[in-house]
Design a protein around this ligand. Sequence first.
Ligand code: PXL
Length: 282
Amino acid sequence: MDYKRILTIQDISCVGQCSLTVALPILSACGIETAILPSAVLSNHTGGFSGWTFADLTEEIPKIRGQWEKENIMFEGVYTGYLGSAKQIDYVLDVVKSRLAPKGKFICDPAMADNGKLYAGFDDNFVKAMKKLAVSADIILPNITEACFITGTEYRESYDRAYIDGLLGKLAEIGAKTVILTGVSYNADSTGVVVYENGEYFYYKHKKIAGGCHGTGDVYASAFTGALVSGENGISAADAAKIAADFTLSCIEYTIGDKDHWYGVKFEPLLGELIKAVGVYA
Ligand code: PXL
């Protein structure tokens, strides 16, 4: 396996199994050196705790980029997740422009919303900035809510293939390249992920587990990035989307019975499965 170095830009939620505390172990399991650029430091994530501390690291980003430019540090991929401010998104774009190697991929998880709602603290201005980041990426991984915010589409709880085609068409129209649309469910027992690339639609359907868990978007995006970058030429976006879906589903199945573990998924004991799955393509 080729040894690669990528950069991931997202927050440190000290507790809560999301963002960097999920991305780092998953990307390491996929055999990838992972540099980090923390967007903010929070005591815990904002999805269900009664409060949180938030240290915004926006003004650190250009300083860190400047230092990396002096050292000539480049990355073979950049993967972005939860970001701390709209202003920061311009700085993140500068990092991508300056530090992504010529053949490297920019993968953007526009982590900002779920279940029809923006996460706490985000507004229209943030959505506008995230849209700019998303259309400059090689691959985006929105859930349906995020795709709706990015395209200005009305969010629906239930929908059909025509609605999803409409969303994908609008994303392509505004300049999105490869789209991995997560949480696409056409019936009560199954859900899945759509890979939309060059106008082609591929759907990987799998079992739906009632309830859902926090942080699965981050687990999914990290496993997708790990699988794609570790395999690079031998693995397609569709292969990586499938590996990430199987892994995320296993993590949910392993966690869902434990009502005390509502804040994230217990992904660590399942990392061996991911290593094996990624190895298939190595
Ligand atoms: O999992 C997405 C996420 C990441 N980081 C923080 C969050 C959330 C979702 O709520 O609050 C801080």
